[in-house]
Design a protein around this ligand. Structure first.
Ligand SMILES: Nc1ncnc2c1ncn2[C@@H]1O[C@H](COP(=O)(O)OP(=O)(O)O)[C@@H](O)[C@H]1O
Ligand SMILES: [Mg+2]
Length: 315
């Protein structure tokens, strides 16, 4: 289980993540959802210290993986955890692969870094698992640039699975590949997740996709959790005006009854954060008190939390 409690991340003097907490349990799919710039990637990667120390200041009450406190471990230890216990699948598979090494060499390097005995059968097995079984011999000799976008993302997933992680963080894994392949890659991730009983933290800006695949959804905006709950809770009774607006965009797309509906305005830049609700400027339900402070994340039920003055029976 991965548990992050009250994560704060600053780049220089600008705080971009302002107290985000989340948990990913074995076998559970949790999505981190929000528009571009809302703090999804930083919330997922900063706990693993994947930003240079000089750049990012990371503070948290707790960053725990199973029985390990990641706040306390040093860089050497962390290197054995990244990849090995927490796998990562990034947006751009091209960037995840080393450009000047054949796919086989990349598997070899991974096994060296993690002190694993080289076993080609294991490699062939994971290539088969990601649907490259028939092409495995050829793919292993290829250089990353020779792969199609879909093949590259399959290889990235195979490299991730090769280390048998407990948790996978997938950061917009389908946004840089052809739309027709989105479903294929998502299905592949879901099948693997299920088969291996992995915890999956799925980062996306796609509300429809998130609601379709996850057990729980965490909606981020302005470096804060605005709403979180089970998929059913969010879908059947969304409470935050931001969640409701995101859902309206999906419904408009699906029913085509409204003209293509998109949210007004732009996500706030962290340099513009103030001690007000970050969504106030775009919120259809805004009131003067929304500018007077950041609302607390309130409990609607044990699993459903909302950060809005309108939620929690106060209106
Ligand atoms: N390395 C960095 N240095 C400075 N600012 C950053 C860095 N990485 C991200 N940010 C800022 O942090 C905010 C959140 O970014 P990010 O988590 O990447 O958003 P997203 O929700 O799109 O994944 C953005 O405003 C972004 O500009
Ligand atoms: Mg991102």
């Amino acid at each position: 289980m991965l548990k992050i409690d009250q994560l704060h991340v600053k780049f220089g003097s600008t705080e971009v993540v302002r107290g985000v907490s989340y948990t990913v349990r074995p076998g559970e799919i949790v999505s981190l959802l929000g528009e571009s710039g809302s703090g999804k990637t930083v919330s997922a990667l900063a706990p693993l210290k994947l930003y240079s120390k000089h750049l990012a200041t990371v503070n948290a009450d707790q960053i725990v993986l199973g029985d390990i406190d990641l706040v306390k471990v040093d860089e050497k230890w962390l290197n054995t955890i990244r990849g090995k216990r927490i796998g990562m699948v990034f947006q751009n598979p091209g960037e995840a692969l080393s450009p000047h090494m054949s796919i086989k060499s990349q598997f070899k390097e991974l096994s060296q870094v993690h002190d694993m005995k080289w076993d080609l059968d294991v490699v062939l097995k994971v290539l088969d698992e990601v649907g490259l079984g028939d092409d495995a011999a050829r793919v292993l000799e290829m250089m990353p640039y020779q792969l199609s976008g879909g093949q590259a993302q399959r290889v990235t997933i195979a490299l991730t699975l090769f280390l048998s992680p407990e948790i996978i963080i997938a950061d917009e894994p389908t946004s840089s590949i052809d739309a027709s392949l989105t479903e294929v890659i998502v299905t592949l991730l879901l099948e693997t997740q299920k088969k291996r009983n992995l915890g999956l933290l799925f980062i996306t800006h796609d509300f429809e996709l998130a609601s379709r695949i996850s057990d729980r959804m965490i909606i981020l905006y302005g470096g804060l959790v605005m709403e979180e709950g089970t998929c059913d809770q969010i879908f059947e009774s969304p409470k935050h005006p931001y969640t409701i607006e995101l859902m309206r965009c999906v419904n408009a797309l699906r029913t085509k009854t409204e003209r293509l509906y998109t949210l007004n305005g732009y996500a706030l830049d962290p340099t513009e954060f103030t001690e007000a609700c970050p969504f106030a400027a775009r919120c259809p339900q805004v009131e003067p008190r929304c500018h007077e402070g950041i609302p607390e994340l309130r409990e609607i039920t044990a699993t459903h939390h909302v950060r809005c003055v309108h939620a929690g029976g106060l209106t």
